[in-house]
Design a protein around this ligand. Structure first.
Ligand code: SF4
Length: 297
């Protein structure tokens, strides 16, 4: 008989929101045999389809040296590890090198060695064309030091207006998700995006934009030294882990990111809150991902 996990008041609220009126949690698989589903920016795109060529195309990402748990990219979710704390058996591997014809940004910034200095650098950055359409660059916000980092993809309209990550309904849902595992952006979590300026029309960032902006995120990870990283959304997961695997095959298991200081940071992938708002049926899986992230040692 498996042990019955205890559920606190916040977790009960979260469970109620996703339609589970139980005060206990089934000890079932984390990664159920998920049917392919669309993701935040690719709502109409089947999950099994590869990301647009622009997105995961490996780009110069100096701090991302490895992505662990490289199970078969196209394997069905049911084949993924099922226990939240299970370590992958496979050895971490570095992301593939950039293809020779990959666009190279005119200027790849060298991020400052201090978060406040880097914030100013980002606000004034013109290293890629996204600076032309932004209202505000979104550097990130949250606790320092940060136990967790949450990494999203790029600012949306509200984030661009306010200069803050994950605001509006998506931000509220993210805060509720974090609270369900005892975390908050005020005390425990720093939130940032892969891309700091809003792509027009919320399109996927181009490879040269990712190449230009990625050094900022990598330096944020280097400076904040989070215990673990929760990556939200297909685009962010594919970019950070250097893969074009589907989110269904990436979520529900532990990955590893090699930090510049040699530390291996556990990474968990889950759905973007904007996607969960459109597809509330997936909140149960997001809850499983949060449990996995909280259980990682
Ligand atoms: Fe600079 Fe990043 Fe904004 Fe491009 S998206 S202008 S690289 S801060």
């Amino acid at each position: 008989m498996p042990a019955t996990p205890r559920v606190n008041a916040l977790q009960k609220l979260w469970l109620r929101e996703i339609g589970i009126e139980k005060t206990w949690l089934p000890a079932g698989p984390v990664a159920a045999a998920a049917a392919p589903s669309p993701e935040a920016r690719g709502a109409a795109e089947p999950e099994s389809a590869p990301r647009p060529a622009a997105a995961p195309a490996p780009v110069p990402r100096p701090a991302v040296a490895a992505a662990a748990a490289p199970g078969p990219a196209a394997a069905p979710p049911a084949a993924a590890p099922t226990r939240p704390a299970a370590r992958p058996a496979a050895v971490a591997k570095p992301p593939a090198p950039a293809p020779a014809d990959a666009p190279v940004p005119a200027t790849v910034p060298v991020p400052a060695h201090d978060l406040e200095a880097m914030r100013e650098q980002v606000v004034q950055c013109t290293a890629c064309g996204l600076c032309n359409g932004r209202r505000h660059a979104v550097f990130g916000m949250g606790a320092r030091p940060a136990r967790w980092m949450v990494v999203g993809e790029a600012p949306g309209e509200q984030e661009d207006r306010q200069g803050l990550p994950f605001v509006g309904r998506s931000g509220q849902l993210l805060d509720a998700m974090l609270a369900s595992v005892g975390m908050s952006r005020e005390k425990d979590v720093f939130i940032a995006n892969v891309i700091k300026c809003r792509p027009p029309g919320n399109r996927n960032p181009k490879p040269e934009e990712i190449a230009a902006c990625s050094p900022y995120l990598m330096r944020q990870i280097e400076l904040l030294k989070p215990e673990r990283i929760l990556v939200l959304g297909r685009f962010a997961a594919q970019t950070l882990l250097g893969t074009d695997a589907t989110i269904g095959s990436l979520r529900g298991r532990r990955h590893t990111l090699a930090a510049p200081d040699g530390r291996e940071i556990p990474v968990v992938v889950s759905y973007h809150p904007a996607y969960l708002l459109r597809s509330p049926g997936e909140k149960a899986r997001a809850w499983q991902d949060l449990r996995l992230a909280a259980a990682l040692g």
